[in-house]
Structure formats: C-alpha cells, structure tokens
Design a protein around this ligand. Structure first.
Ligand code: FAD
Length: 496
C-alpha cells in the first residue's frame, strides 16, 4: 500500500466515524453521485460524505485537507456541464449537502428566506407563496436543484429578465473554506459598502473556492396574477420590435419573453399527450410573453395583441385563460429542450449575445454550421428577453468516426468564434464545469484568468476544492486534478 493510498483510506475512516452510518455512502450506492444527470460525465470517488450540519462539513474538510483528499461539492446534481462530478486521478470524495435541506426561516417583512444549501428550489417557492411573497429563481429542474448548486452556478432561468439571475437574489452566505474554517457572511443587508463584498466570489465559483452551507435569499412582492400569451411570430427579423413593444406595454410587469421554435413544439406535442396545442396557427417561431401584476394585465394584453397584430409582428396569439392553460404553456416550455426529443449528436451552446443581435447571430450560426455540414440542423430556444439562447446544432453522422468528429469540432469552434465576435458568452448559464473550460479560454483575457487563478491560489493553495473544473488544464495543469503536477509544484510558473 503506498503512503498516499494509506493516507486517503485513513481519511475515509475518520469521515465515517465523524458522520455516523447515515452520513456516508460508498460502493454501488454512489453511482448516481459519480455521474451527471445526462450520463455525459462520470468520475470516481472514494466515498460520498453526507454531513448534516455546517460544523460537520467543516470537520470533513479539515480531515480531507490533512490527508490531501480532494472534495467535489454536490447539491442536486442537475448541473449540465459536469461540474459536480469528480475529475482527475487524485483521491477524491463527493460532499453532498442533500441532508442539509432545511428552510431555516421565512421573513416576509425583510423579504427574505434563510435556507441550508441542500434546500430544494421548489421548497423556497412554496414557502414564499405561503407568506404572499415570490421567489424568482425558476427553471425546469426546480424540483431537484438545490439552492447551494444554484448559487454555485449563478443559475439563471425564466425570470432573469425581471429579477436578474441568482447573484442578484443572494443577500448573505455561509461558506466553509478549503481549510475548514466557517465564514459567516449572513449579514444580509440591502446596503453595505464596507469594503469587498466577498459573497460574490463564491457565487458562480462552481465549488472551486469553498462549500456554500447556508444562504439568505431575496424575496419579492407576489404578483396577484401571472398570465402568459403564446404568439406566432410573423417575422423573426423583427423579434426585437416585438420585445420592445411588450416592454413598452407592460414595463416591469413583463416577467418572461421566451423564444420557442415551432419545430420543437410539434415534436413535444407528438411525444407527450398530456400537452395541449396552445394555438392552431402554425409558425416557425413562437414567443411566450408573460405579464405579471394586478387586474390591468387584461388591458395590457389587449393593447399588446392589437398593436402587435397591427404592426404585423405576430400572426395570431392565444392567452392562457385559467391555471390549467397557464400550466400547459409552461409545461410545454419545459419539454422543449431537445435532449429528450431529438436523436443523434448534439453540439450545444448556452450562449448569450446582445439582445438586439440575436436573430442576425442565429442566422449566421446556422449558415456557418451548414457550410461545414449541409444537413446540420440548428435548434434554438430560450430566454431571449435577457439575450440568452439555448442553442444546439445536430450534424448528421456517426460519433466516433474520425471525419465526423473533426467536423463536429470545426462547427463548435466556428460557432464559438462567432459568439465571441458578437461580444457574447458561451456560458450564459450553467457555468464552465468541464464542458466549457477549453472553449472559454478564448472568451477572457489572460489578465482575467490570471486574477481568477490568483484568487483560487489564495483560497485553496492545495487545489483540493473541485479540481479540474473552470480552469483549462492545458493552461493551468496544476489545477487539473491530476497528480502528475502536485499543488505547490506547478503553481509558481502558472500564476504570476
Ligand atoms: C431540465 C433542466 C433545466 C435546467 N434549466 C436551467 C436554466 O434554465 N438555467 C440555469 O441556469 N440552469 C439550468 N439547469 C442547470 C441546473 O439545474 C442548474 O445549474 C442548478 O443551479 C444546479 O443546481 P444543483 O443543485 O443541481 O447543483 P449541482 O449540479 O449539484 O452542482 C452544480 C455545481 O455547483 C457546485 N456545487 C453544488 N453545491 C455546492 C455547494 N453547496 N457549495 C459549493 N459548490 C457547490 C458543484 O460542484 C457543481 O460544480 C437546468 C437543468 C436541468 C436538468
């Protein structure tokens, strides 16, 4: 037995003893933790630690640090970029916060909730509604994603247009640092200009700087009504005119503006017989426009519909008339992501570009993809109101075939370059994880990466926290999660 293996086994024994029989899993029981939700990423872990409190998290981290064991924090494991799955060949545990799932308090007067990191996003929605408040974070995985994961990926979703993304909802954080100390940043003040606001470092850090254990999240006044219109777009080139009209009519009451491709609507309706067709008129593109507020919503929708028809921005529309119709529209929206509806090789982007350039961008992306593979199909949908498109290209061919793989690579780099040329991002939501670390290198300057790497070194000099994520291992081998360059040996040359 080598010294390294012996040390990590010693660490496992200490963790088991600390957490007791309910506090850890290993062997076959950890299969759902070591792979991501799509089965696209798999890794290896010696054990899954399931602490029940911040203090236990802190003790686990101290044990791991003492024995040089890496830690991959995990919440709901719904992340789509492989960030929550171990990578590299160093001894690693997954630290799941799933048992730390309590909603600690709901404060309607402060418009805030305090929750443990493992609290499910939907639980916060339900608790907020009970005190006549609204929680804004909302996306398809709301029933299993947890607040610790949402914070660590700076998740977006359906309501960013009106309320901003997760970063804008976080008022305070508690974090266990890579050396095991507990940082209490739960002050949760709306105004505090007393120096660096450190919570922002951990939001979107994807578990590379510490483990989020608690959070105070912002609530909002609960709109009396949310109502959604499903409209057939007349001319995609004028989509932004339609968006501007919705904004002009509803102002802050415009809470969602989602682009939905007709092709995927047909596929979703064909696959799921629980979904109802919202509109008989067929179109290449639809939009889902949600207004939130009080009684005047009806008048606003009337104005919006009349003006949009008059200006020939839409050809037809239907307005959800009751809860069931409203739910049907959003269920349809949840089923649009192509993974469940398409077959073949998916090349995907979670892109954001300036909102007025979305349609020119989409056209150019399609043309460039087709120039490489004429049968490639481009599918895009998403939160157009905040410039974010979930976009995928489906080339025809057999994965594993050298020529096809090269062609896929070419499409990805061509579209990435196009996104950069539009001043956009390839990681609008979801984070970098392992899926995007090599591609994101071209999006940021060397100076930006240098600052990021210096922050990482300051917090986590041994690179124990989620190694191999966010940073491109080609550029920063010491952060790769492999032990051929050990922390401390590679840093100096890589970080100025
Ligand atoms: C159907 C579906 C729809 C989705 N739609 C959207 C969408 O519209 N917008 C969007 O932004 N995302 C979306 N996602 C992605 C995903 O739900 C979010 O990224 C979510 O925030 C991840 O939460 P989680 O609890 O599952 O985190 P996990 O997947 O467990 O972890 C995500 C990352 O955060 C780190 N992490 C987790 N917990 C902690 C912690 N306590 N402390 C420190 N680091 C931690 C992990 O190491 C990993 O890097 C969708 C996913 C699915 C399956």
């Amino acid at each position: 037995m080598t010294g390294k293996v012996h040390m990590s086994q010693q660490a496992m024994e200490e963790i088991k003893q600390l957490l007791g029989p309910r506090g850890w899993l290993e062997g076959e029981d950890i299969a759902t933790y070591t792979a991501d939700i799509r089965g696209a990423y798999k890794g290896e872990a010696m054990l899954v630690a399931r602490p029940a409190s911040t203090e236990e998290v802190s003790e686990v981290v101290k044990i791991c640090r003492r024995h040089g064991v890496c830690i991959v924090p995990q919440s709901g494991n719904t992340g789509l970029v492989g960030g929550g799955v171990p990578k590299g060949n160093r001894p690693t545990i997954i630290l799941s916060v799933a048992r730390m799932n309590k909603l600690l308090s709901v404060d309607p007067l402060r418009y805030s909730v305090t929750a443990e990191a493992g609290c499910i996003v939907q639980t916060i929605h339900d608790a907020a509604a009970e005190v006549d408040r609204a929680f804004s974070l909302d996306w398809g995985a709301r029933g299993s994603a947890m607040i610790g994961g949402a914070i660590s990926t700076n998740a977006g979703g359906m309501n960013v247009l009106r309320f901003g993304n997760t970063r804008d909802q976080v008022l305070g954080l508690e974090v266990v640092l890579p050396d095991g100390r507990i940082w209490n940043g739960m002050r949760a003040l709306r105004k505090d200009s007393s120096g660096y606001d450190l919570k922002h470092l951990f939001i979107g850090a994807e578990g590379t700087l510490g483990i989020v254990t608690k959070a105070v999240m912002r609530l909002h006044p609960r709109p009396q009504r949310d109502q959604t219109m499903f409209a057939a777009v007349a001319d995609a080139d004028r989509l932004m005119e339609l968006f501007a009209l919705a904004r002009a009519v509803a102002s802050d009451g415009l809470t969602a503006f989602e682009l939905v491709p007709g092709y995927m609507v047909e596929k979703a309706l064909a696959k799921y017989d629980t979904l109802r067709r919202p509109l008989e008129t067929k179109a290449e593109w639809y939009v889902m426009v949600r207004f939130s507020g009080r009684e005047e919503i009806d008048t606003k929708f009337e104005m919006f519909f009349e003006q949009a028809m008059e200006k020939e921005l839409i050809t037809d529309a239907s307005l959800a008339q009751n809860m069931a119709q409203e739910q049907n529209l959003w269920d349809l929206r949840d089923e649009i992501p192509p993974l469940k509806l398409m077959e073949g090789k998916m090349l995907k982007w979670d892109a954001s570009v300036p909102i007025d350039r979305i349609i020119p961008f989409l056209k150019e992306a399609e043309a460039k993809s087709k120039a490489i593979e004429p049968n490639a199909k481009l599918i895009a949908f998403g939160h157009v109101g905040d410039g974010n498109l979930h976009m995928s290209v489906w080339p025809e061919g057999t994965p594993g075939d050298t020529q096809f793989d090269a062609l896929c690579k070419k499409i990805v780099s061509t579209v990435d370059d196009l996104i950069f040329s539009y001043g956009g991002s390839i990681c609008a939501e979801h984070g970098v994880g392992v899926e995007n670390f090599d591609r994101v290198t071209a999006q940021k300057s060397d100076l930006e990466f240098e600052m990021m790497a210096n922050i990482k070194r300051l917090f986590d000099p041994d690179n124990l926290m989620n190694p191999g994520k966010v940073f491109d291992p080609q550029k920063y081998p010491a952060l790769s999660g492999d032990d051929d360059i050990l922390p401390g040996q590679g840093w100096a040359g890589q970080v100025k």
